[in-house]
Ligand binder design. Structure first.
Ligand code: OGA
Ligand code: MN
Length: 299
């Protein structure tokens, strides 16, 4: 029997059944999953039981794995191996973090609309988030379809966006939440990087917006105008009609295409409930400008 696909909307987010991601996948299963991934951009695999290694092995079918940003901060003790991002509210002793903990302040940025690792020169292609423990209320994850958002733009706006390049940095999104306390090593490891604002997905030839709270200025525009345009595009793309809200169940693995979606975590009582999630992240093949041979402007 092949995998089952249950679309949530016609072209965004689908549930995938009849597959055990802990076991080796047949080539036909993997091909069907990839095809669904290019179509829907968000896939939900319910009721999976995965070790860290099985989670990473499944992710590796989609490309090389990223090292988590937390691993850049040599001082922090990590709860998970460095190729998994710890998206929990737990410290390295598995206790709920303190109100003023640094990790808590940094993770607050996940509540803003973003796409993973757009602040890296080689950004993320796909993220795979696995729920080990979830709070009884709140703590959902919302996803916005940036392909549909692009399609819905007026032609004049599409023309104006063509070829524009934004500068992305982790400091931009964290500044929006009030966090500025990066270590020198973190700063040096994460300089601002260029990314196209409109990109084309090679598998489907569809165009998509590529924006995030990590974006700051736009090359060739006054800083304030660039920021205003980014904010306006994020607001456009996150209208309810482009958004799917995922309510987690333990054992869900949710996979999204970082090239054409944004996501954000919703609020929950993080000092009361444990929310234990881990993310494997697959790197893109090249910087977004390089992929489309767009010259990168001098800083
Ligand atoms: C992520 C992320 C949001 C959430 O894992 O990349 O942004 O709801 N997560 O945990
Ligand atoms: Mn994220």
């Amino acid at each position: 029997m092949g995998i089952s696909i249950f679309p949530i909307t016609e072209s965004f987010a689908a549930e995938i059944g009849d597959v055990d991601l802990a076991a080796p996948l047949a080539p036909a299963e993997l091909a069907a999953i990839k095809q669904a991934f290019w179509t829907y951009a968000v896939l939900i695999f319910p009721a999976q039981t995965l070790t860290e290694q099985q989670h990473l092995d499944f992710a590796a079918h989609f490309g090389p794995l990223e090292t988590s940003v937390a691993a850049l901060n040599g001082k922090a003790r990590l709860r998970l191996r460095a190729d998994l991002a710890d998206v929990s509210n737990l410290n390295s002793r598995n206790e709920i973090w303190g109100k003023d903990s640094r990790t808590r302040m940094i993770q607050l940025g996940n509540r803003l609309w973003h796409t993973d690792s757009s602040f890296k020169y080689l950004p993320a292609r796909a993220s795979l988030l696995y729920a080990r423990k979830i709070p009884p209320i709140g703590g959902h994850t919302e996803f916005a379809d940036l392909r549909a958002a692009y399609d819905a733009l007026p032609d004049e706006v599409k023309a104006r966006l063509e070829g524009l390049i934004a500068e992305h940095s982790l400091a931009n999104s964290r500044l929006r939440t009030g966090f500025t306390n990066f270590t020198d090593a973190e700063r040096a490891g994460l300089p601002p990087v260029p990314q196209l604002i409109v990109r084309t997905l090679p598998e489907t030839n569809r165009k998509t917006l590529y924006v995030a709270s990590h974006a700051g200025r736009i090359f060739g525009l006054p800083d304030a105008d660039g920021r205003a345009l980014i904010d306006q595009l994020i607001e456009h793309a996150t209208q309810r009609r482009f958004v799917y809200t995922h309510r987690w169940r333990v054992g869900d693995l949710v996979m999204w295409d970082d090239r054409c979606t944004m996501h954000r975590g919703t609020e929950f009582d993080d000092l009361r409930w444990t929310r234990d999630m881990q993310r494997a992240t697959v790197s893109d093949v090249a910087n977004s400008c390089e992929q489309e041979s767009v010259a990168i402007p001098a800083a």
